[in-house]
Design a protein around this ligand. Structure first.
Ligand SMILES: [Zn+2]
Length: 66
């Protein structure tokens, strides 16, 4: 799992992206990552797929302290 920040300047929310199926014997393909807050779409290469989850407020605060 990784925490990413929305690329859209006026959103800039953080959310978690879990990649699964990355060991599949398939060619990596660009897959959608959709911001759960504003719907902004980005693409990343993966052999599997992504699960995107909005972070809880507490977790966001923890990450902001870094
Ligand atoms: Zn966003």
């Amino acid at each position: 799992m990784k925490i990413v920040c929305c690329e859209k300047i006026d959103c800039a929310q953080r959310f978690s992206v879990v990649e699964f199926g990355r060991t599949r014997p398939a060619q990596p393909e660009p897959r959608k990552i959709v911001c759960p807050y504003c719907g902004h779409v980005t693409y990343e290469q993966t052999r599997g797929a992504f699960i995107v989850t909005a972070l809880e407020v507490e977790l966001m605060l923890l990450n902001n302290e870094e």
